[in-house]
Design a protein around this ligand. Structure first.
Ligand code: AHR
Length: 500
């Protein structure tokens, strides 16, 4: 196979918002308890955080983390998770049929974020609660002092405000599984009012309204339009949730699902712009892909709920393989290529629960296969995304028609000129001879790194016994000569070539 890319320094999609390299921590399964927090673990910090998970989170390059849910959010009382730990109530969590001890809450999460050197993204409960809770929680987090809730925070040992900028108004409110789900009319109206009071408490925050919980929802499209029609003036983002599946165990179809994300993003942007057009408004609602991943293997009833209301049971602990890593890499390329509209993203979730990091309670932590493409993008995805011309052959699929073999993006730092090519060869049979014409891009640059994530076995996984079975290796074929980058990409491979 051959493929050709033309890139020009003057043709830019948009600056890349590094918040797209976010993840998600929900009170679900072993994400918090046994994931980021495990007092008594051999690596535990004085606060009870797993240092091994903190180290892997930093290595992953995560920029922002959404918290505390997820479906859990819609029954959560934030007040339960602050103050002296011995006074915190133990509650039934109806979302995951678990027992929530509340030994980890808002302030522990903020402390963990500071240690992990990343930004918190908070969400307010629009299931069982509403505007009153939202304004009080925001006051607790962001108001400096001298009021009931800000002084409550100070009395809990946090003199400085948390300064949380990014807030979500609820979670998946369109889903019948959600605690107190809403119609688009109900949700749009309450999101408008919650957004209004939250921005009165702190006008510096940014707000996300819930979009559809998946593109396949029967209310998709109508939901986005009706919600934004009501809360357009109050919110800055609309959310998208997207989980890729491979139920038919068909690699061609699975690799093609990456393109569904591209359609989803463009459709939601169009609907948001239709609401703007109706108002003759120049405002553009941006997109927050605040849950996305591969998730289909661990999704049966036993994965979602365990009997007996257990504390932190193992739930949806998807074990990722090589083909899943390819799809995650492809989704990252799609997100970067839509940098003009996708301004935040959260790989769901961070650890154990459909996570790039897996732990054993009391034992080690290791990198799942999907860790690698995410870490590559977070490390090298800095600057502006270039608008590429890509010439590539296609492969046939049943559900998606002809699908391009090559998916690629280039991100370039306009200050230094350093640029990175991310490329997915979706052919499962053929090497790809790639040639990139770098117009006005290559002067003074050399190849600073070239890696590939390749395995002939699409089902290979990383395990406790073999934690690095699927991990990147050098690709020695990359050459840069006279403004042309060439490389051979192995079949079913994820590739990263950096120029500096
Ligand atoms: O990430 C797991 C769950 O998936 C979240 O709680 C929910 O928002 C989504 O349906």
């Amino acid at each position: 196979l051959t493929a050709k890319i033309i890139a020009d320094a003057d043709f830019v999609v948009a600056p890349l918002d590094r918040r797209i390299f976010g993840t998600f921590v929900e009170h679900m399964g072993r994400c918090v308890y046994g994931g980021i927090y495990e007092p008594g673990h051999p690596t535990a910090t004085p606060e009870g955080f797993r240092q091994d998970v903190l180290d892997l989170t930093k290595e992953l390059g995560v920029t922002i983390v959404r918290y505390p849910g997820g479906n859990f959010l819609s029954g959560y009382n934030w007040e339960d998770g602050v103050g002296p730990k011995e006074d915190r109530p133990v509650r039934l969590d109806l979302a995951w049929h678990s027992t929530e001890t509340n030994q980890f809450g808002t302030n522990e999460f903020i402390t963990w974020c500071r240690k992990a050197q990343l930004e918190p993204m908070f969400a307010v409960n629009v299931g069982t609660r509403g505007a009153d809770e939202a304004r009080h929680f925001l006051e607790y987090c962001n108001h400096p002092g001298g009021t009931y809730y800000s002084d409550l925070r100070r009395s809990h040992g946090y003199k400085q405000p948390h300064g949380v900028k990014f807030w979500c108004i609820g979670n998946e409110m369109d889903g019948p599984w959600q605690i107190c789900a809403k119609t688009s009319a109900e949700y749009g109206r309450i999101a408008q009012e919650i957004g209004k009071v939250m921005k009165w408490v702190d006008p510096t925050i940014e707000l996300t309204a819930c979009g559809s919980s998946q593109r396949a929802m029967p209310t998709y499209g109508k939901w986005e339009y009706e919600v934004l029609d009501q809360c357009f003036d109050q919110v800055d983002y609309i959310s998208l949730h997207h989980y890729c599946r491979n139920d038919a165990d068909d690699i061609h179809e699975f690799l093609a699902t990456i393109d569904d994300l591209d359609h989803f993003i463009r459709e939601v942007a169009s609907i948001a712009d239709a609401v703007a057009a109706k108002r003759r408004s120049k405002k553009r609602i941006m997109l927050s892909l605040d849950e996305w991943n591969v998730w289909y293997k661990a999704s049966g009833p036993d994965d979602l709920k365990k009997p007996g209301w257990p504390e932190a049971p193992p739930l949806i602990e998807e074990v990722y393989n090589h083909e899943d890593a390819l799809v995650v890499g492809g989704c990252l390329i799609v997100m970067m290529n839509n940098a003009d509209r996708v301004k935040a993203g959260c790989l769901a979730q961070l650890v154990n629960v459909i996570g790039p990091i897996m732990t054993e309670t009391g034992g080690p932590a290791w990198r799942q296969t999907i860790f690698h493409p995410f870490a590559d993008c977070a490390r090298h995805g800095r600057g502006e995304v270039l608008r590429l011309k890509v010439e590539t052959g296609t492969f046939p699929t049943k559900a998606h028609g002809e699908v391009p073999n090559l998916l690629a993006t280039i991100v370039r730092d306009p200050d230094t000129g350093a640029a990175t090519l991310f490329a997915l060869n979706r052919s499962v049979t053929d090497d790809m001879a790639l040639s990139v014409d770098l117009r006005g891009l290559a002067d003074g640059l050399v190849i600073a790194g070239s890696t590939q994530l390749y395995d002939p076995d699409l089902k290979k996984t990383n395990t406790k016994a073999a934690p690095d079975a699927v991990s990147p290796a050098a690709n020695p074929t990359a050459r840069l000569e006279a403004g042309r980058l060439t490389a051979t990409l192995k079949p079913q491979s994820w590739n990263v070539i950096s120029l500096a």
